[in-house]
Design a protein around this ligand. Structure first.
Ligand code: 5GP
Ligand code: ZN
Length: 152
């Protein structure tokens, strides 16, 4: 397991920094966000120092998302105020990432919680189908082989 001694999430994974841990196994550590958007805001963190999605291996990525589903169900079943849930991941500074060790946010939501995403001016206009098709083809062409091979 590669951990970076200068990374706060690596220190939490290693048990060297204080955190309110929900769950830990071979692949992931789950703990409460220190500055929660709402009560119950939880982070799922791979037990390996990889700064962003492009450097995250499949096994850790899969485990991070399946664990997030499990945690989301537990939050729903809990007494926390939770009428909905956002899974949120910031990949890169432009996307809002501030801690450069991959992590998936689980954020309980309820009407009136004050949280939300801001949409750009002009949002809501539907592009032409040809433009959507072109964008789809561009992305599909760049998918990596192992992902395509995993398909049924
Ligand atoms: P990002 O902006 O990178 O998606 O989210 C980083 C998150 O990590 C923030 O929500 C922030 O509150 C949380 N965070 C930063 N430092 C610590 C820490 O030392 N302990 C815990 N538990 N959470 C942290
Ligand atoms: Zn790290």
């Amino acid at each position: 397991m590669f951990l970076d001694p200068n990374c706060i999430f690596c220190k939490i994974v290693a048990g060297e920094a204080e955190a309110s841990v929900v769950y830990q196994d071979k692949y992931v550590t789950v703990f409460m966000d220190i500055r929660p958007v709402v009560q119950g805001h939880t982070l799922v963190v791979p037990n390996i120092h990889s700064p962003d999605l492009s450097s995250l291996d499949q096994a850790h990525a899969q485990h991070m998302f399946t664990t997030a589903l499990n945690i989301a169900q537990a939050i729903r079943a809990s007494e926390l105020k939770c009428e909905g849930i956002n899974l949120f991941m910031a990949d890169g500074g432009a996307a809002g990432q501030t801690v450069f060790h991959n992590h998936l946010h689980i954020i309980p939501r309820y009407i009136g919680d004050g949280f939300g995403l801001r949409f750009p001016v002009g949002y809501g206009e539907q592009p032409a189908r040809a433009e959507l098709d072109r964008t789809a083809a561009n992305i599909a062409a760049l998918m990596t082989t192992h992902q395509l091979n995993d398909r049924d």
